[in-house]
Write a protein that binds this ligand. Structure first.
Ligand SMILES: Nc1nc2c(ncn2[C@@H]2O[C@H](COP(=O)(O)OP(=O)(O)OP(=O)(O)O)[C@@H](O)[C@H]2O)c(=O)[nH]1
Length: 402
């Protein structure tokens, strides 16, 4: 009887070990060296062993493949070994970011039909009455453009009533595109600071409320940068939710970039610090740090965010603090944003889920009320559904074809 019990116990242990090995296949998480924050680990993408030495390629891996440097210039990263995926595994090669808004413009269909089409339908009427102008105003307000910008657009269109009366469909469309572009802040600086400078990587901190799309956005930005030929390292400073770190590692592994993560419930500032330290040693172009979602109404959590930034700044200034806002939350996003800007100096907004709303005008309200440029927009759940924000292309997409 005893033998049977012992045999069963051995079988169970062997089974658990086998399942563990299968689950972890392809994921290499190693503890960082002794001066790393307690419990912080580094996940390397799965890559093939180097047959010429005892060490595996993973041991020597320092970043994703570096694109060929133009002749006469030095490569920016010390990568001496192109990362080769394990046999059967291939890193994704994301498309470059240029022109994405135009390619993804159909995702704005809901805003296009209610805002763009709505405006054109009213303005095309033969003689515009007071009721018609009220309808124009309501259309803009319903799309969350905001009161100030709505007044500006209506006033400018009214002064052009004579032009409107004789305009062709195409001229009318161009006029509406022009007026929408004007309120979208065409002159704001939307540069995403993700290039190495002063011998260190650019550091990007991503913040926002729960479920806004932060982790997804960090993953998408990593793909944009890899697609544009840059080397990246990810920091999973969302220690609140282990699944968020897993999610980020998966994004990283798909394009061959490293992820630094911490223990669940650990200190997010330590993880962020370690991520920047590791990225600096690996000489990557940019370190992207994901933070936990936090309610703007919880002052303790907002203080924690301030601490994460201060600790990271021990390495040097943070280059970008991107606030991720869910476009479907409408004007509430503006309220959230105001509180976040009090805790950390936000340098740009990423407006996600614009594909799922008819309120594309929220871009205008966010920028005007906060004075912070929208730098990127999320247009879907797909890995490459993130586009740099371009006012004119956005206005064109909202209005559609005449
Ligand atoms: N339709 C659409 N969905 C999006 C977009 N961006 C993110 N999502 C989805 O939004 C959900 C939440 O995204 P996460 O990235 O997990 O959000 P988070 O802010 O990191 O969440 P917490 O860590 O809980 O705070 C996911 O289902 C994403 O696929 C977008 O641009 N469009």
């Amino acid at each position: 009887m005893e033998f049977v019990l012992i045999a069963i116990a051995i079988l169970v242990v062997a089974l658990i070990a086998g399942v563990g090995l299968l689950v972890n296949r392809g994921r290499r998480t190693t503890r960082l060296d002794s001066d790393a924050a307690r419990g912080t680990t580094l996940t390397r993408p799965p890559i093939a062993p180097d047959p010429t030495s005892g060490a595996t390629a993973a041991d020597r891996y320092t970043g994703p493949p570096t694109p060929a440097a133009p002749t006469g210039t030095e490569p920016t990263s010390p990568v001496d070994l192109p990362a080769e995926p394990e046999p059967g595994l291939v890193f994704d090669t994301p498309p470059p970011s240029a022109g994405r808004l135009i390619r993804l413009r159909s995702r704005l269909a809901r805003s296009q039909s209610s805002l763009g089409r709505g405006l054109l339908t009213v303005l095309a009427r033969e003689k515009l009455t007071e009721d018609d102008w009220e309808e124009v105003e309501e259309t803009l307000l319903a799309a969350d453009v905001g009161v100030a910008a709505t007044t500006q657009i209506v006033n400018r269109l009214r002064t052009q009533s004579l032009v409107l009366a004789t305009a062709s469909g195409l001229q009318l469309r161009d006029l509406v595109v022009r007026e929408l572009t004007a309120v979208l802040g065409p002159d704001l600086d939307r540069t995403l600071h993700t290039s190495r400078h002063d011998g260190r990587p650019a550091v990007v901190l991503v913040v926002g409320v729960n479920g806004a799309g932060k982790t997804t956005t960090v993953g998408k930005i990593a793909r944009v940068l890899v697609g544009d030929g840059k080397s990246v390292l990810l920091g999973a400073a969302d220690t609140f939710r282990a699944a968020a770190a897993d999610q980020l590692e998966t994004w990283g592994e798909r394009v061959g970039v490293l992820t630094v993560r911490g223990r669940e419930g650990g200190d997010p500032a330590s993880v962020a610090f370690e991520a920047v330290r590791t990225g600096t040693e690996a000489e990557v172009d940019a370190v992207l740090v994901d933070t936990a979602g936090r309610l703007h109404t919880k002052s303790g959590l907002m203080d924690e965010l301030g601490k994460v930034k201060r600790v990271v700044e021990k390495h040097g200034p943070v280059d970008e603090v991107l606030l991720v806002l869910d476009a479907t939350t409408g004007q509430n996003g503006v309220v959230q944003a105001r509180v976040f800007t009090e805790a950390v100096e936000v340098t740009g907004v990423v407006l996600t889920k614009l594909d799922g709303t008819a309120k594309g005008g929220i871009v205008v309200a966010v920028q005007r009320e906060l004075g912070i440029p929208v730098k990127l927009i999320g247009l879907g759940e797909g890995p490459d559904d993130l586009a740099p924000f371009e006012p004119e292309a956005f206005a064109e997409a909202l209005v559609g074809n005449a």
